[in-house]
Design a protein. Structure first.
Lengths: 308, 308
């Protein structure tokens, strides 16, 4: 009955209110992250970790994790420590990627980068602290989940964070810096590792925590890889078409540094078309889940429609 | 019968052959680390991680982990992934501590530091990769151990590696740089976090993997804290009394940089006396374990007797 009433209130074409869904979950994630990360002695390092961890952001990774846990029959409470863990790993990778010896970025999420505020030494240590804490937090705080499922999630998160994931992608990205004629294969490697790997574990971990069957995990994994690549293509497009105010970080850097991007290989229009196709493919993977997959469907659309 | 025969062959005063014990286990650990860390694309990052991980060293942390697992009734096989994991975390902390923006060291374990060979960017990423891989490896490779015990170990390792452990100690160490009159309390904080925390998890994790009772874990934890502090005092002493050839790293740096050390607070002789007392206290904690604790007793003596 409640469902029926709800349907009557919402216009035909938008059966799912993503805006409300996201902002509710963003609030829950913000509160959980804030509570997870204390401010204790030595305060400077905890301040530094909190500075980047609580700098806003869309919280897409934790929201995906919560969503797939619910889709697979679990609760948001079961997935919240993992959701926070993937966001900690994501934040770690942003802090380290921004360092002077890496991408040397001054702005991130609309504020000065971590090393600009706290210095390079503390920024490196803040990243280390966030990475270590992600595992501590998941191991200690995950409740009402079978330990073997938690272990599986931690193994996948370790893989996604390390040299077979984020780190490996960043290494190849650094190697390609200033190179012309970076191959599409190499560009795909970079983004499958820098972006898709962590998105994938964000998506699959929620379902793993409730022991979802391998077929379901496989579909979710395909969904994640597709939206991951679309996400990166859109990022490349936004670097060309947006302002710093919209993005909250430096823009036009890809072109200035002659960096290989999807638009540089395919052009803007074709890049947009391919991103669109990836979202269609991603959503096709969700068909068997029916209505339960509405949030994931809407999140896929959000990735292509976002302007920042 | 084998035990009796063995006893008859060994002189009274040395009931335990630490040299053989350590070199056997060092070989096992070297082989396990070598096998754990692949050399795959992108090779540069795996080379960098292997360069530091396989640079020798005494492997005290993994050996302690294997020893307490056996003491608590387990096997070396059960503990080997964790033993490798603590060594990966230790190696990560060395790579990051040596960076130009931190301690700016050129030599480590008798060879150039990681960033001197691979560059700062790769060295940072190698540390990240090792930290992430430690957790992946423990979660994936630990066999015949209850998942809840593995989770407990991973939680403790995360804590020891992060801002409540290694990272926190390094932050306070950096804050004290160039300061005169660093208090004993602060110096103890630094070393309890930079050194003792990871030694503690090395020691306790082996026993945790077989579900040792809390009282045993507490005794092992006290043992570890005592040898951890003794280890650091001896390190400070060796920085004054050794050559670079003996230590395999830069020496005399503490005095040059006016760094607070135990000898600078207590003097050399009193530092030696206190280190000796910590080893006596450490060994006293092991009394209830009887003969099973012989390796840990001998390892405690080794820490005070070492010349490098």
């Amino acid at each position: 009955m409640v469902v029926t009433n709800h349907r009557q209130l919402v216009p035909e074409k938008s059966p799912f209110d993503l805006h409300t869904y996201m902002s509710e979950r963003q609030n829950l994630v913000e509160a959980a992250l804030n509570q997870a990360m204390p401010l204790i002695y030595p305060e400077r390092i905890f301040e530094s970790m909190r500075y980047s961890l609580l700098a806003g952001g869309k919280r897409i990774r934790p929201i995906l994790c919560l969503a797939t846990c619910e889709l697979a029959g679990g609760t948001m409470e079961m997935a919240m420590p993992t959701a926070c863990g993937v966001e900690m790993v994501h934040t770690m990778s942003l802090i380290h990627d921004d360092l002077p010896s890496m991408d040397n970025d001054d702005y991130r999420r609309g504020q000065l980068t971590n090393h600009k505020v706290f210095g390079e030494d503390i920024a490196i240590l803040a990243g280390d602290g966030l990475l270590a804490f992600a595992f501590e937090h998941i191991a200690l705080q995950t409740k009402n989940v079978a330990p073997e499922f938690i272990l599986k999630v931690m193994a996948e998160l370790g893989r996604a964070a390390g040299a077979k994931g984020l780190v490996g992608g960043q290494v190849v990205d650094l190697e390609c810096e200033g190179q012309v004629n970076v191959s599409l294969e190499t560009l795909n490697f970079i983004h499958n590792h820098k972006t898709a790997a962590l998105l994938e574990v964000s998506v699959t971990s929620g379902a793993m925590l409730v022991g979802a069957p391998p077929d379901d995990i496989k579909r979710l994994s395909n969904y994640a890889q597709n939206i991951g690549l679309a996400f990166q293509i859109v990022d490349d497009i936004l670097d060309i078409t947006s302002t710093r105010e919209q993005l909250g970080k430096s823009v036009g850097k890809d072109i200035q540094s002659c960096k290989a991007t999807y638009p540089s290989i395919w052009g803007l229009e074709e890049s947009q078309r391919r991103a669109q196709q990836l979202i269609i493919d991603a959503k096709a993977e969700l068909e068997p889940f029916g209505e339960k997959a509405l949030p994931l469907m809407a999140l896929a659309d959000f990735i292509i429609d976002r302007t920042h």
